[in-house]
Design a protein. Structure first.
Length: 80
């Protein structure tokens, strides 16, 4: 297995643990952070067929995920 593949699997594992901790402890911002990491990783891989460097795809994917997390934290703050 390639080193990049192992790195991606490790990143998904860490993000999943963060999401799980946020859900089990009832901490919405932590759960949103874990979900945001997974969204960013998914977008990064979805953009792979489009080409471009991994850095460009990472900026796009994690940028969209940051908007999701920030919006979710703001929504959770006012909904509580």
């Amino acid at each position: 297995m390639a080193a990049y593949t192992l790195l991606q699997l490790f990143e998904v594992g860490v993000a999943s643990v963060i999401l799980l901790i946020g859900v089990l402890k009832g901490w919405p911002p932590v759960a949103l952070l874990g979900g945001g990491f997974l969204i960013g990783k998914a977008i990064l891989n979805i953009l792979w067929p489009e080409g471009g460097s991994v850095y460009r795809r990472s900026l796009i994917g994690y940028g969209i995920a940051a908007v999701f997390v920030l919006g979710g934290v703001i929504f959770a703050h006012f909904a509580a």
